[in-house]
Ligand binder design. Structure first.
Ligand SMILES: Cc1ncc(C[n+]2csc(CCOP(=O)(O)OP(=O)(O)O)c2C)c(N)n1
Ligand code: SF4
Ligand SMILES: [Mg+2]
Length: 489
């Protein structure tokens, strides 16, 4: 085949790299002899020649090519380390006409992002993955990569990679070719002119497969990082040809695109009513006719509730019950439990939002208007987040309140003591819910809704403890006992 040598910049690049900071807007940031520059040029030419500029998304990884979007005159997105295939999946699933290029280094793809890469390949997502294997972490100054050669010295393998302690270099092309879904896998070397022309053909083939919606195509490029390998540009070519290529043998590992039909994924169906029916089937109908009839300001306004206490006090279940109550009465709700080491004895907390409007954030912090606390530590920690006109409900067995503003309302009940008397500390949360109910009666609900509030507590308890019928009655009892004993401050 005859090639014409073209001098100058491909039209697949911007004329001037205006996104680059600093005065120089015409040069790339790569070191002399770096494989990224060569590969960028090949990709830019292909994007231009295949006329896919308007629908190509170039995903820049973390690594020396993190600023790929400075150069390519197409859409660009920069993603966290190793996440290019996941972002690419979103791009292609949301618009099948996108041409997605997932450009990844050996640290990015072979280490931190290996699982996402393999899962994406295994799903056969319609994208082209260009894997830049330079046998090192270039950007961070030359640490050992999954593809560092046996015996190769890096700053984290100063005596040379030992296969006994660090394992063998990862042969990604071979690995991905073994999967069923990928249609095209080739390894090429960016060394001599001849090899670079092979690389040019390989990446065009991968892009053509993507244009034809044939699925997952992968090209591994053996490239040099002269700076970190402390070699000149020509020495790097020798390293690629004589050392890397021996271990990572170039060649076509899979090419079955011709036998594959274009991908047609089933269109996702989203029918909110069907989803609601499936999730809350038994409640939807009654809830529709049993909205609180005269909504008082408490639920007319978005309620942002923080519930906090010790692990084992039923903090998370109380949040779950409250969220269920809102749901049973057709409010929008969110429930965000905070898990963590707190579960083993420290504090536990959750955020619940109940709203007539769509909920923008499930996180309750400085916008909290109802704070429910079951231990002192939680009171001290979360009181500063309570709004100036908010309410706090606390377990007076454990909490001594302080620093409440005159504009903040407070109710208390000795919930833990009551729960112990009932035989299990875990009833404390329902006793506290009794105090919430009293607050509602005193401030927010009119007559028909007062009894409905109690009814929805019972419904939510039944729903939350379904399958544990023995617990339903004691929990309802704890609720009424708490309501009876609760008092405003
Ligand atoms: C989550 C996260 N972990 C670690 C880093 C640090 N980091 C930046 S680049 C890089 C390695 C890049 O190596 P490679 O993917 O081989 O790209 P190259 O620079 O060699 O082209 C690492 C570990 C980071 N930016 N983000
Ligand atoms: S450090 Fe290596 S990979 Fe990074 S730009 Fe320089 S030569 Fe290229
Ligand atoms: Mg690398």
């Amino acid at each position: 085949m005859k090639y014409e040598v073209v001098h100058g910049r491909s039209k697949g690049f911007f004329d001037s790299f205006n996104r680059r900071p600093g005065a120089i807007k015409t040069n790339m940031h790569y070191c002399p002899g770096c494989g990224h520059g060569i590969l960028h040029k090949l990709i830019a030419e292909a994007i231009e020649d295949l006329q896919i500029k308007e629908r190509t998304v170039f995903i820049s990884p973390v690594g020396c090519s993190v600023f790929g979007y400075y150069y390519f005159d197409c859409f660009g997105i920069s993603v966290p380390h190793g996440r290019a295939p996941a972002v690419g999946t979103g791009l292609i699933r949301s618009d099948e006409n996108n041409i997605v290029i997932s450009y990844q280094g050996d640290g990015d793809l072979g280490a931190i992002g290996l699982n996402e890469f393999l899962q994406t390949a295994n799903r056969g997502e319609n994208m082209a993955v260009f894997f830049v294997n330079n046998a090192i972490y270039g950007m961070t100054g030359g640490q050992m990569a999954p593809t560092t050669l046996p015996g190769q010295k890096t700053i984290t393998s100063p005596l040379g990679r030992s296969v006994q302690s660090e394992g063998y270099p990862l042969k990604v092309a071979e690995m991905v070719a073994a999967l069923d879904a990928p249609v095209y896998v080739e390894r090429v070397a960016l060394s001599s002119g001849r090899n670079i022309m092979k690389a040019r053909a390989a990446l065009r083939k991968a892009l053509q497969n993507t244009i034809d919606k044939k699925g997952f195509s992968f090209v591994e490029f053996l490239t040099g990082c002269p700076v970190n390998l402390k070699k000149s540009a020509s020495e790097i070519n020798t390293f690629i040809d004589e050392q890397m290529s021996k271990y990572f043998v170039p060649g076509v590992y899979k090419d079955i695109a011709e036998n594959r039909d274009p991908i047609r994924r089933p269109q996702p169906v989203f029918a909110p009513e069907t989803v609601k029916q499936v999730l809350y089937g038994s409640y939807t109908q009654s809830a529709a006719v049993r909205d609180f009839s005269k909504l008082q300001p408490f639920f007319n306004k978005e309620r942002r509730i923080k519930i906090a206490g010790s692990g084992g006090q039923g903090v998370l279940s109380l949040g779950y019950i409250l969220a269920n109550m809102g749901n049973l009465r057709n409010f929008n709700v969110s429930y965000l439990p905070m898990y963590g080491p707190e579960m083993r004895g420290g504090t536990a907390n959750c955020s619940v939002v109940i709203s007539k409007q769509e909920i923008s954030s499930p996180m309750v912090d400085s916008n909290c208007n109802l704070l429910i606390v079951l231990n002192q530590q939680s009171f001290d920690k979360f009181l500063p987040e309570l709004k100036t006109n908010g309410f706090v409900i606390y377990d007076s067995s454990n909490v001594t309140p302080h620093d409440l503003l005159p504009t903040q309302g407070a109710y208390h009940v000795n919930a833990s003591e009551l729960a112990r008397d009932l035989g299990d500390l875990r009833y404390a949360n329902l006793a506290i819910l009794g105090a919430v109910s009293l607050l509602m009666d005193d401030y927010f609900l009119e007559e028909p809704d007062k009894s409905d509030f109690e009814a929805v507590v019972a419904e939510a308890i039944r729903s939350c403890f379904s399958g544990k019928e023995k617990l339903i009655t004691p929990n309802i009892n704890a609720f009424y006992l708490g309501k009876h004993k609760a008092q405003p401050n």
